[in-house]
Design a protein around this ligand. Sequence first.
Ligand code: ATP
Length: 581
Amino acid sequence: MHQDSRSFYRNVYRRYLRPQRAQLLLLAVLLLLGSLVVLAPAQVLRFYIDAAQQKSVLTTLLVIASLYLVSVIIAMGINVWSTYLSERLSWNATNLLRADLMQHCLDLDMSFHNAHTPGELIERIDGDVTTLANFFSQLMLQVLNNAILLFCTLIFLAAIDWRLGIVFSVFACVTLFAMGKVRNIAIPHWKLARQASALFFGFLEERLNGREDILSSSAIDYVMHCFYHTLQKSYKLERKAGLLGSALGATTIVCFTLGYVMAFSLGTYLYQQGALTLGGVYLLYQYMLLLERPVQQITTQLDELQTASAGLARVRELLETSSVLRECSSGSLPAGPLPITLENVSFRYTPERKALNGISLRVPAGNVLAVMGRTGCGKSTLARLLLRLYDPDEGKILFGSTPIDAVPLQTLRNSVSLVTQDIQFFHASVRDNLTFFNRSIGDETILDVLDQVGLLDWYHSLPDGLDTIVQSSQGLSAGEAQLLAFSRAFLKDPQIVILDEASSRLDPVTEQKIERAVDRLLANRTGIIIAHRLATLERADQVLLLKDGQIEEQGALAALRQRGHSRIAQLFAEQHKEVVA
Ligand SMILES: Nc1ncnc2c1ncn2[C@@H]1O[C@H](COP(=O)(O)OP(=O)(O)OP(=O)(O)O)[C@@H](O)[C@H]1O
C-alpha cells in the first residue's frame, strides 16, 4: 500500500476507531466465540442421537437435551451482543466522520462548491459514509464471522474424519470460485442499473423543484414523456441485471445439491465402514447446512467490501481537498464601523475573463457606497470578495489597516453581514432562522428587532410565536422575507453591511418599512448597497458605477450629476424624461 494511503488509514483508525478499541477487542472475541458456539448444538445433537441409539438412561438423554437448549441460548445471546456492539461502534465512528465531512464541506471555498453539486456532496457525506457504517456494523462482522465459521466447520469435519475435511475443503474452494465467477458477470449490469436509478432520482428532484415553471409553461406533457423514457431505461437495465443475478442463485443450487449428494454418499459409505456413527452422519448433514451460509455470503460480501473501500477512497479525496482560501489562526479587527479599502483588485472565475479588473476604492468608516451597473458587471462578485468567499487574484482588500486575509474567516464573517435578494430560510423555528442557532440571543432582543423592522404584526399572527416552524421562504411574502433578512443582520450586529437591494417592486407600505429598516441598519456602520434604483443612490455618500468589471464612474452623487456628460447624470436625465412623458 502507498505510504500516503497507509497514513490515511492510520489516521482514520486513530480518530474514529481507536477511542473504542476496548469494544473492538470485545467484538473480535465475541465473533470468535459466536462461530464456535454455532457449531456446538449440532455436536450435542450428535451425542443425543448416538446415546438414544445405544438406549442410554433417560437422565443422560435429558442432560444432553438441556445442554442443547443451553448451547442454542448462548449462541443467540452472543449473536445479539455482538450485533449491538458492532452497531454502536460503527455509528459512533461514522457519525463523527459525517460531522467532520459536513464541517469540512462548509469550510471549503466557493470554487469547490461551484464545481460540485449539493447532490454529489450529500452522496459523499451520507451515501459513502453509510456504506462505511454498514462495513463497520455488518460487513466487517459478517465477513469475519463467515470466514471463521467456514474455517471452524471444515476443521470440525476433519475432526470427524480426515477424508471429510479434505473433500469438503475442496468443495468449498470450487464453489466459492464458481460463484465468484458468475457474480462478476452480473456486477457491471448492477452498476449500470444503479447509475440509471440515480439519474431517475435526479430527474425527479429537478422537475419537482421546477414545478412552478413547468405548470406556468404548460410543459407537463413534455415532462411526463421524459419521465416515462427515463423510467423505462432504468427498468430495462434493472431487468437485465436481475436476470443475470438470478444465474448466481442457480449456480448456488447446483453446487449445493452436488454437495448434499456428496455428503450423503460419503456419510453412508463411512457408516457402512463403521468409521461413522448415525449421529456422525447427522452431524455431517448439519455441517453441510452450516457450510452453505458462509460460502454463499462470502462472495457477496467481498463485493461489498470493494464498494466500502471505494467509498472510503472517495471520502479520503474529499477530506484531503483543502480550501484555496488561506486561513489565519489569530488576528482581530478594531471595534466600530470599519473603513473599506480596495487596492487594484482583480478577480476571475475562469481564466478567459476578468469579473473584476483593477478596482481601487476607499469607503470611510460609517459611510455608504452605492454600487450600480448592468447585469454581469461584477457587483455581486465585489460583495463575495469582501466576505472572502473568494480571494482576489491581484490586489488587496483592507478593513481599517488590516488586510482581510490577516484575520480568521470566522472573525471576518462575524463583522460583515450580507443581505442578498436570494434569502434562504431553513426548516427550523422562526427563532433559529433569525439567530442562526445562537442561543445567547434572548427572545426580548428578537422581539425588539422585529418591532424595529415593522414585523410585530406578522409576529402576532404566528401560531406558536418564535417557536413557529418556517417551512421555507415560500410561506413568506417577498417583503416579509426581506424584513426578516434585515432582522437577521440586526441581531448579528455587524460592523459592515452589504445590501443587495431587492429589484422587485413591493407595495408602498412595505417599501417604506424597508426604507426605514435600511436606514437603521446602516446607522453607525459602513455600508455597501448594490443598487437597482436611482433613488437608492441618494442615500449614499459615494457612488460607484461598474462596467464589465471595471470602474466607469466614481464619486459623490451630487458631483457626478453636475458633470453633464457623466453616465450617472444621463441615467437621471433619462429617468426624468420618462416621468415627464
Ligand atoms: N460562479 C461563477 N463562475 C463563473 N463565472 C461567474 C460566476 N459567477 C459570476 N460569474 C460571471 O462573472 C461576471 C460578474 O458576475 P456578477 O454576479 O458579479 O454580476 P452582477 O453585476 O452581480 O450581476 P447581477 O446584477 O445580474 O446580479 C458575470 O459575467 C458572470 O457571468
